[in-house]
Design a protein around this ligand. Sequence first.
Ligand code: MN
Ligand code: MN
Length: 324
Amino acid sequence: MTERNQPLGGNDMPRFGGPATMMRLPSATSPEGLDAAFIGIPMDHGTSNRPGTRLGPRQIRDESRMLRPYNMATGAAPFDHLQVADLGDVPINTFDLKKSVDIITAHYNTVLKSGVIPLTLGGDHTLTWPILRAIKQRHGPVALIHIDAHADINETMFGETVAHGCPFRRAWEDGCLDNNKVFQIGLRGTGYAPEDFDWARDQGWTVIQAEECWGKSLSGLMAQIRTKIGNTPVYISYDIDSLDPAFAPGTGTVEPGGLSTRQALEIIRGCAGLNIVGGDLVEVSPPYDPSGNTALIGANLLYEMLCVLPGVPQKTPRGSGMVF
Ligand code: MN
Ligand code: MN
């Protein structure tokens, strides 16, 4: 196991010291030889309300400092089975959103050619469309598990086709998605009309609004989703604003009545066994996150994605033996 990268331990360097890479992993400049990689996309020029997600990747990396390698709940030890590194940031053009989209696709085309599974630190949600274009090049149309307060399927915003409320409409247009295997979880809030969510349903997508999730475990939902997706390659896109603002206030477009952190863990842990080919965690906005907790939760959810990648065994903990 020693030939695989390991996060720098808290007994080797204080957790608040050393370079702020994701999980204190080694940084890498090339995807060669990696099974999975964390990649940052520092952008917020696709946002429609409060900005700040350009600072998300740095803050998520910083708040990832407390993450230890072993998952006590699922038994996953990802660094024993996968070669993982922090591949740094995509050099987007902060003065040009449309150029940035093409920069992102080209960057991920290169990364994916090496067989790496990318886990992306956002950045605003615009970035998922160019990633999905690259994913399609390698894997064809994919299943999608999209967790968000918003559908992000606008035809345009302010007359523009590229914005953080449009990525899944663009991905659909580009044929990136297997429409019978698209699941949107946590949608809620105010809209303009019922079509805001129903357009997705009309394409064959499954929309699970937040209200359907209130007060429930989502393990049963995830079992059904796993059955429906089967072996199809699947991409996970996690917008932190799917969480209730009580848990994750540090984001740009807040909606009350959201998911709990426990439900978020159930969703991602419920992806174990799927053929995951990539994932992202978007919309963390550090200027609205003075405690750092939103970025910290984002870091944890990215770690949980790593723990359910193909090739990482899961193991039920011993438990208490109590029935209650
Ligand atoms: Mn979104
Ligand atoms: Mn959202």
